[in-house]
Design a protein around this ligand. Sequence first.
Ligand code: SAJ
Length: 412
Amino acid sequence: MEIKTVSVIGLGYIGLPTAAVIASRGMTVIGVDVNQKAVDTINEGKIHIVEPDLDIVVRSVVTTGNLRATTQPEAADVFMIAVPTPFKEGNAPDLSYIEAAAQAIAPVIEQGNLVILESTSPVGATEKLAGWLKEARPDLSYPQDVGDSADIKIAHCPERVLPGYVLQELVSNDRVIGGISKACSEKAVKLYQTFVRGECIITNARTAEMAKLTENSFRDVNIAFANELSMICDKLKINVWELIRLANRHPRVNILSPGPGVGGHCIAVDPWFIVDSCPDEAKIIRQARLTNDAKPFYVINQVEQVADQFKRPVIACLGLTFKADIDDLRESPALQIVEELSAKNVGQILAIEPNIKSLPGSLVEKNVELITLERALEIANIFVVLVDHKQFKAVDKALFASKAVIDTRGVI
Ligand code: SAJ
């Protein structure tokens, strides 16, 4: 059956760009979100998140009528679930958003539909989703019971796009597609081939789930290695940036960059899903998480030691976002460091963040000021580089000659 209508459940950082790209290929896309404000914003042709060029695509597909948002699920050929999978107490995955999405679409699914889980999920989540759908709609048949002949096809196809490059990567990245049966995978490939230029590779649902977790854990472990090296180098009085540059000249070495910790809602979360499934086996993966989570406290300690040497420490913190050149403060180690420093009364705290217009409440409360780098260079005596924004990389490094500098990103 031809795919004409796609419903995307969850219009956040992944769902909205995916909905917009599919709509731009001429399909009818119904975006569903529980947030009425987000739905209204999208229906006005505007966006409620920041992602380069997304506003242009959304405006265009809303104007042509290819994308429409609603809070109430409607019938469609394909349902794509792109809701958050955070962790709860004890770092165990919280599948309640996926379960809620299943309950929401269950009344409108019909024979011949394909349901795709795009949310990053622990191994077994797609099977659980299939179970929830079956429970809610026992009148339909499912691939876990009858295989390829099922009324409803179900597959996991994890998103793998990099925030800041979402529109490019949605199209250019290869996709791992794990159906509960072969026919499920094949139907999902048909959909993805309408907008993906990368290869669509078929596997089973459990392997697809684990592939996504593995990618992010691999990155987390590599960053933990770099962060550990940075602390070793501080102790041994070696410049870690030069060290990594040199080691990376080896044809089979590729060490990532140390930083103030690992932020965002993916790399700092997903490895825990593996640890939760296999606590006894996932030793390196767990340790990487602990190492990266401890790095902000190491930086705070460094700042405190430097501040102790000043009568009136004025500390300029460069960057608040979780990584360079975005406006996203969620799970940001930089923000965590600035919050802790301001709570500890280490000195006067200034924040320099070119990607936001006002400070979050947690910093306003503590009298942290948002100022320009130029002004900070006039009044601050300590500089803490927390994010490698392009504006910071471009600045004349000689301006910092008379300042105390703690550079977590190797910018200065
Ligand atoms: N970081 C470092 N050093 C590095 C690289 C990153 O400290 O060398 C830090 C960043 O500053 C940031 C954190 O790690 O705080 C995560 O940033 P990131 O750019 O590594 O990743 P995300 O979270 O923006 O996106 C990741 C991507 N995964 C991989 O590259 C394997 C993306 O492709 C995934 O789609 C995304 O997670 C996701 O949604 O899971």
